[in-house]
Design a protein around this ligand. Structure first.
Ligand code: AHM
Ligand code: MG
Length: 336
């Protein structure tokens, strides 16, 4: 598919019509998600002028302070998606339990999950943030919808992506046929295909991890980073560079663009938690995008997309990006 002047709408229509990859209902659902992201992008861009910065004075189910924009983005996604007839329910990092589509609207067959605004700590300092989303099919063996319907492994996703609000607003999407990137053309008001197939190189010299947690890490993570830091005189025989944006969406976008490895591992600060990041809203959609671009994603031992979730807000340790590096980190864990 040539990448000139192909709108997201046309891309999705062609995925449906030419390749038969997505049903019409899923296409329409993705269009609505993209429209919601455009609205969130406008609020993000207004910043202080729109009175949207700062905290909202509330906490989410995970005990994290909510920013005004976290709540605005969550509301925009719900309002945009609840009436279309494509969805049965939604779940969000910012909501305690699932949001069932009100019965004044038709019930659809899909389930939508999102982190409405990832990288919340960067909102007020004007650093890139984003919306991450994932779509599952509702099991059709029973009427209605319940929380257990969401507890499907990431390999069951039918669409996943994110919208990054940075110097440009870009939407990155997979429906299982590679990863495509669209850039928001503000004059046209539409997302235009700018990269047809994103590909992550198998090797890299760049890692992303919050180094301030080093003293809390497990031995395999410490070993991997120590070897990177040893540079060209160490066992890796090359110098490594480090980046840490503290917005997973932005770190993953860099990796999809030029390679690298991203880690948010389990650590000893909260030993009972498997990790900081959320399986359903962050790890699963990013893991599928990364795999679709030729990379790999594990929790240090197991492929993320094979993990059977036990609860909606489940957390997970994350290692993703360039394939050979992810395999190396995983190997270090399995040998330990
Ligand atoms: P959020 O969804 O509340 O923004 O939290 C997730 C974010 C990730 O985007 C990022 O990788 C990580 O938290 C940064 O954590 P830390 O501040 O511990 O480095
Ligand atoms: Mg997040």
């Amino acid at each position: 598919m040539a990448s000139q002047n192909i709108s997201l709408t046309r891309y999705l229509v062609e995925q449906q019509r030419v390749d038969g990859l997505i049903p019409g209902q899923l296409r329409l659902l993705l269009e609505v998600v993209a429209r919601a992201c455009k609205r969130i992008s406008l609020s993000v861009n207004k910043g202080a002028l729109g009175g949207v910065l700062g905290t909202a004075g509330s906490e989410n189910v995970q005990g994290e302070v909510q920013k005004k924009l976290d709540i605005i983005a969550n509301e925009v996604l719900i309002e945009a998606n609840e009436w279309g007839g494509h969805l049965a329910a939604m779940a969000s990092e910012e909501m305690d339990s699932i949001y069932v589509v009100p019965n004044r609207y038709p019930q659809g067959e899909y389930l939508l999950m999102f982190d409405p605004l990832d990288g919340s700590s960067n909102i007020d300092v004007n650093v890139s943030i984003g919306t991450i989303f994932s779509v599952l099919k509702k099991p059709d063996d029973h009427p209605g919808v319940q929380e257990a319907d969401f507890l499907q492994a990431g390999c069951k996703q039918v669409a996943a992506g994110y919208c990054l609000y940075g110097p440009q607003t870009v939407l990155v999407l997979t429906v299982g046929d590679g990863v495509a990137m669209f850039t928001l053309d503000r004059e046209q008001g539409s997302f235009i295909l700018t990269t047809d197939k994103m590909e992550i190189p198998a090797d890299t010299k760049e890692f992303a991890i919050n180094m301030s947690n080093m003293r809390h890490w497990d031995a395999p993570v410490k070993r991997y980073i120590d070897e990177c830091l040893a540079g060209k005189d160490g066992p890796r025989g090359k110098d490594f560079n480090m980046r840490w944006i503290a917005s997973m969406v932005t770190d993953v976008h860099r990796i999809l663009t030029r390679g690298g490895v991203f880690m948010y591992p389990w650590d000893k600060r909260e030993p009972e938690k498997p990790g900081k990041l959320r399986l359903m809203y962050e790890a699963n959609p990013m893991a599928w995008l990364v795999e679709q671009a030729g990379g790999a994603a594990t929790n240090g031992r197991q492929r993320i997309l094979d993990i059977q979730p036990g609860k909606l807000h489940e957390r997970v340790s994350v290692v993703l990006g360039s394939k050979n590096e992810v395999e190396r980190v995983t190997q270090y864990h399995l040998e330990a």
